[in-house]
Design a protein around this ligand. Structure first.
Ligand SMILES: [Zn+2]
Length: 77
């Protein structure tokens, strides 16, 4: 999984730093950049891979979010 996210090894999204420390969280371990302290998880940015929920649940969630935006837009204009 690390290979998929960082093919060339860890790379901080914020400062491009390669030095990192491992933080063992309750649910999954995190990577913290040693230069800027930015934390990165393996699943950050890949929300669909971050959960074991069925894909249909996500489609429903996205659908509902889309509905909410449609409903909210007239008021925000
Ligand atoms: Zn960094």
């Amino acid at each position: 999984m690390v290979q998929a996210r960082w093919p060339d090894g860890f790379r901080c999204r914020r400062c491009e730093g390669k030095e990192y420390g491992l933080i063992h969280g309750r649910r999954h371990k995190r990577y913290q950049c040693r230069s800027c302290r930015h934390e990165a998880t393996l699943t950050a940015g890949t929300i669909l891979g971050a959960t074991k929920l069925p894909l249909t649940t996500w489609f429903l969630a996205f659908y509902l979010v889309g509905q909410a935006k449609t409903l909210a837009s007239p008021h925000s204009l």
